[in-house]
Design a protein. Sequence first.
Lengths: 288, 477
Amino acid sequence: MTKVPPKQEGDPNTTGHVWDGIEEFDNPMPRWWLWCFYLTIVWGIAYSLAYPAWPLISSATSGLLGYSTRGEVAVDIAAVESQNEGINMQLASAELTEIAGNPELEGYATSAGAAVYRTWCVQCHGSGAAGAVGYPNLLDDDWLWGGDIEAIHYTISHGIRNEEDDDARYSEMPAFGEILEPEELTSVVNYVMQLSGGTPVDAAQVDAGGEVFLDNCSACHGEEGLGDREQGAPNLADAIWLYGGDYDALIETVTYSRYGVMPPWTQRLSEAEVRAVAVYVHQLGGGE
Amino acid sequence: MTEQVTPPSLYAAREPIFPRRVSGAFRNLKWIIMIVTLGIYYVVPWIRWDRGPDLPNQAVLLDLANRRFYFFWIDIWSHEFYFVAGLLIMAGLGLFLFTSALGRVWCGYACPQTVWTDLFILVERWIEGDRNARLRLHRQEKMDFRKFRLRLVKWTLWLLIAVATGGAWVFYFADAPTLMVNLLTGQAAAVAYITVGILTATTFVFGGFAREQICIYACPWPRIQGAMMDEDTLTVAYRPWRGEPRKHSDEVKAGAEMGDCIDCMACVNVCPMGIDIRDGQQMECITCALCIDACDDIMAKIGKPRGLIDYLALSDETLERAGNAPRPTWKHIFRPRTILYTALWGSVGVALLVALFIRADIEVTVAPVRNPTFVTLSDGSIRNTYDIRLRNKNNEERLFGLAVQGDPTLRIQLEGTPYGSVPVPADASHLQRVYVVAPPGSAPAEGGLTDVRFWVEDLSNGDRAYKDSNFTGKGSN
């Protein structure tokens, strides 16, 4: 129980509210402040009617203005696409080898190609283009079918070992498990391991393996094992293995062969997009 | 026990304020500050500054599209934004310094709300006359031709000032002469018109109508202020021990000897905030010191010493009430707190200046590509890739040479060029992909991480810069 001391002249005005002896100063707000507050409420209601706002069971109210963020993005995308129409036509009709000499075209193709790559290619070749077992690394300087811009463009256009495109690249290594004796298999694997600069598992078999290699493999891979890009035959003398270079992986490769595939991209991408991604891959570090 | 009283209304109409004209030392100081600050604001975007053919020739320009800030000979890139942060810290410390020494001197002299309101009141006085004439016009309920004409002229002038204010703002963000032409011919960007429109509206409403209400209801500064003032802070105050009892008080009517205050209301009539400084320090007071000028004028007329209302510190009250002289002003200003603020302010400033002068004209940043960390090439050598950003801050194209240091076997290659150097355009940055190759069997190729240092050299003058990174070998797996 507290007594409020009687008012004296000069005391500040109070609202008359008293709680346990604590009084509230009277500092009235201006009336326009209140109207501003009411205005924000009106604005809020009007806004929620004009724009998508109120959640319904499976969607939301669409708003009287018919605005949607998705629609706005669609407009932006259409604007960018029409803006790029000219340079896309230029890219689709340019000489492949001349793109690199045109900084504007090359810059556009590299950026556009990176976008195409991230959409369509990363699933197999990886986001950094380093590939994986069975999926070629696009950063290195080893190419099965050639690493100049025209060869890369052809590979992307028609793909590898697919039936949708008659011009797809095909290489067909026999499954030597049905042709060679088991000791011939192990000896040729030992020979190939030494060929690429590695250490064979059984050095005694290397000489015999060399004979087997000359008789069965050199037709495609060459007498020195350097491969043949015309046939897509890999270079066996370098440090790079698509399916692994250890003994077990090589035994599996020779016994059953490997049949990697790649789709023909002309069926899904425009010519400008195919060329853009070819330029992008060409400049990743291994282009010839 | 709760006492129930019918509460007064929680909302009150604004009492219009008609500040009277005043002249004096502080009024003159305020005029000078108004001319200087408004002059800087309106004129600066039009100052030209030659930076060579590839760069804008506007002395002060915030180029948001290219993320660059030009200030006369200083050119700040987005990654150097800490300079702006440093300036903001200095502004904050400066505010602490001035507030602890001189109270709300910012509010009274330099705040845009104060300066533009002062300008709007000046226009109002030119058109409608001084306080009494404006009061009469306000009380005249009938909107006759004269009142309509005066209001129309006043609002038109206010609007012109407001448009000029909103217009000047956007000139800081684009080439002023070009933008001026574009604005006038309707070709400027929508955002320019919207910005001009919003700032025109706020200037017109805040300066013409809201005025002191912005300070009282909208600004947080008056509330923060209390925490920064102490008993030595100089602030505008009335000397009641000298002025009271004032002329029309009950004491004087009862025969008491009158103090110096003749209750002429001059201090109240000139106040742009509509308060009575004789009630003591109050939140509404912006310490514009116009009441000092008004009171000094009256004191001179009645032959009393000046300073009945004056810049006073709280600690002086006790001294003066006891009949002693107040402490000299400089003793209020130079005390440990303000000296500390000055030292902090100065050290930030010196640090910024040093940082500004040791800035190199070339810069390099290195981002190793980690996806994948390394690539095996067909001959068995190991290659790492780096994204190197080269910045050329000169106003002409320069050829930058790149070299790698760390192991003698490492070789550097630049993507897209057979050479070891790359041209970087004037005042631009260039992103260069760089390969570093370690031959098979070498220590970096077989090992884990090898420390490397990238050197970049401006081939025209030999300026060099470097950045450290590392090389990932097969041994890292």
